[in-house]
Design a protein around this ligand. Structure first.
Ligand SMILES: C[S@@+](CC[C@H](N)C(=O)[O-])C[C@H]1O[C@@H](n2cnc3c(N)ncnc32)[C@H](O)[C@@H]1O
Length: 381
């Protein structure tokens, strides 16, 4: 496959780190979009993007863009303007989804159905038979993106969303999305540059993503399949070579990572997930309330996702954040702490001045990710 446009989807706030990741893989024409990054690359880049990018949710290949201002024109373009047999054999299976904005077309499910009908009719015209629909594991997953009258058809190279790394065997309430957790670590700038701690680790997602980064292990090492495995042009030799090359770049981190939680179930979930990711030797796990946790070194980076407790009485959550702030001020000077929370009022009770803040989304919850430099004087801040 020669050079092709590629669109990689991510979360709001992670576009710039994703762009850096793509440049490091050799992508050209890298441009930041809303919750996505566009670039150009070849088949090797598509495979590597799926396997190696930490902040990608999905890798999409736009194959056709056209204007349509009504359903008939849309149907005709999908049926007549794309050589679908290049991508899918008539005996293969298909899934389609559609995302609409801008007002001309109104029902995304209907537009997905219309897209599917148009593709199926393309095959009927030529082969009498037609590909079946398989929403779970199709040979070809097609996304229709329609903004006003501008319509784009894209092939989904990822299949399942790339946050499904394959290592999560156990979980606790409110686990972070793996892509967001990796984004937090990359946004903090930590990369095996000192000891790392998540003192409220839950199921361990932040510590696991940090350990994968520190050890230069591809985030999808434990995932067993990608959408492009079922593509007509799947080049197994190329894939196996690229995977082996990426796996061979793994290294032993210089620094230890630490994950702790006050809850036994969370401690156990983290241990199980670390084991399934093959990282059990890189991260020390313990059951410990943060209020009693002592820093393992004079300096390092702490990244954590405390409970937001929007439903608790304000007093309780305020007191809890105040206790976190006090403990950081008294015992963690020399460290840099990063905290993500949707509870802006509670964050004020930390009693610390952030030196940086970013807006991110944890699911539908708007959150702030704040950086606190802890030094002797920060007690007075
Ligand atoms: C939102 S969850 C963290 C989820 C985690 N990031 C993940 O991906 O699974 C918050 C965690 O903080 C823990 N926690 C609450 N209070 C704590 C405390 N005082 N000390 C240590 N852990 C605490 C809870 O047990 C819970 O596991």
């Amino acid at each position: 496959m020669e050079r092709t446009p590629i669109i990689v989807k991510t979360f709001h706030g992670l576009e710039a780190v994703l762009a850096e990741e793509l440049k490091a893989l050799g992508a050209a024409d890298v441009r930041l979009l809303k919750r996505a990054v566009s670039c150009t690359g070849d088949l090797a880049l598509i495979y590597r993007a799926n396997y190696e990018l930490r902040t990608a949710l999905r890798v999409l290949i736009p194959i056709h863009t056209f204007e349509a201002s009504n359903e008939r024109a849309y149907y005709r373009a999908v049926r007549g303007e794309v050589e679908w047999s290049k991508y899918l054999d008539v005996s293969g299976t298909l899934a389609v989804d559609a995302v609409l904005s801008g007002g001309i077309f109104r029902h995304s499910q209907y537009m997905a159905l219309l897209t599917k009908d148009a593709i199926v009719d393309y095959y009927r015209d030529r082969y009498v038979r037609r590909p079946d629909v398989n929403p779970e594991a199709p040979h070809l997953r097609v996304h229709a993106r329609i903004h006003g009258s501008k319509c784009t058809l894209l092939l989904d190279a990822s299949g399942d969303s790339l946050h499904k790394r394959g290592y999560r065997r156990d979980t606790v309430e409110a686990p972070l999305n793996e892509v967001l957790a990796a984004g937090l670590v990359l946004l903090s700038g930590w990369n095996d540059t000192g000891p790392f701690v998540d003192p409220m680790c839950g199921s361990g997602t932040i510590a696991i993503e940090a350990a994968l980064l520190a050890a230069n292990i591809p985030p999808q090492r434990t995932r067993s399949s990608f959408g492009f495995f079922r593509w007509k042009n799947f080049d197994r030799k190329l894939w196996e070579r690229l995977k082996a090359e990426a796996d061979a770049r793994a290294k032993k981190p210089m620094f230890t990572l630490y994950a702790s939680d006050k809850d036994t179930r969370a401690r156990n979930a983290t241990a199980i997930n670390l084991l399934s990711a093959g990282l059990e030797n890189l991260v020390q796990v313990q059951k410990m309330p943060f209020e009693k946790l002592v820093p393992p070194a004079p300096a390092g980076v702490l990244i954590t996702n405390p409970p937001y407790d929007e439903r608790l009485r304000t007093d309780d959550v305020a007191q809890f954040y105040e206790a976190i702030g006090n403990h950081l001020k008294r015992h963690w000077s020399g460290w840099t702490a990063w905290i993500i929370s949707s509870n802006r009022d509670a964050l004020k009770h930390l009693g610390l001045h952030p030196s940086q803040r970013m807006t991110l989304y944890n699911g539908a919850l708007e959150c702030v990710f704040q950086k606190f430099e802890l030094y002797e004087g920060s007690r007075k801040a």
